[in-house]
Design a binder for this molecule. Structure first.
Ligand SMILES: *Cc1c(COP(=O)(O)O)cnc(C)c1O
Length: 226
């Protein structure tokens, strides 16, 4: 019941916006995801391939599975047959493997490029400059089995609202800049994945189309491996 109300409250923020809610269910047990499913939720986000695979097997097949965490190349094959969108493409090596597995499973895999926008040191993602260089390459010939449909980013973990807004603003301008450019044929700027429990309201104001929300819906995760 609580999950249902939490989903409703977040959904109320999304009304009239071109933004969808991804329920980030990492570390949560199957029964908790089932409760969210019963409340009408269909988009779920996970950050580990094995965990996503196990939940995919156990739960109804009309769920859209979103990979939001750093993905090791040797894990791509586990989720390649069913994943809806991989938000966390942070290297060309990973993109190459996704392309290979997509071909093997005879499908197109939708991806977002993860862009580094936070001021703090994070390990993963392309810089905005790297993205602008990347789109000059012939990505549709190099990776014909993937479709890059947008960008994903994470703001600095801080209470400074102005800083969070400026980081999301940066990603949003890159998104709009790319939108106005001629892009490779397997690339189109449709989804802007930004915003988590602590900062999703700002992210929506800055143009997010996919918010990834865990604790606001499910409560605190008791695991340390987040
Ligand atoms: C865990 C996680 C989220 C959700 O975080 P909450 O603060 O629980 O909403 C969103 N995005 C990514 C990439 C995550 O790893």
């Amino acid at each position: 019941m609580e999950i249902k109300n939490n989903i409703k409250e977040v959904e109320a923020e999304l009304v009239d916006k071109k933004c969808r809610l991804i329920a980030v269910s990492k570390t949560q047990p199957i029964a908790t995801l089932q409760a969210a499913y019963d409340a009408g939720q269909r988009l779920f986000g996970e950050n580990k391939a094995q965990e996503m695979f196990a939940k995919y097997e156990a739960l109804p097949k009309d769920i859209e599975w979103h990979m939001i965490g750093h993905l090791q190349t040797n894990k791509v094959k586990l989720i390649a047959p069913f994943v809806s969108l991989i938000h966390s493409v942070d290297s060309l090596k990973l993109l190459e493997e996704i392309n290979k597995q997509a071909k093997r499973f005879n499908r197109t895999i939708f991806c977002l490029l993860q862009v580094y926008i936070a001021r703090e040191e994070t390990k993963f993602g392309f810089s905005p400059e790297e993205v602008l260089e990347l789109v000059k390459q012939n990505l549709s010939e190099l990776y014909p089995h993937v479709k890059i449909v947008g960008l994903m980013g994470m703001a600095t973990f801080t209470d400074n609202q102005a800083q969070i807004r400026s980081e999301f603003g940066l990603l949003s301008s890159l998104f709009n800049q790319l939108k106005s450019m001629t892009l490779p044929t397997n690339m189109a700027m449709k989804e802007l994945s930004m915003g988590m429990s602590a900062d999703y309201k700002i992210a929506i104001e800055e143009g997010s189309t996919l918010v990834r929300i865990g604790t606001t819906i499910f409560g605190n995760r008791n695991h340390t491996s987040q």
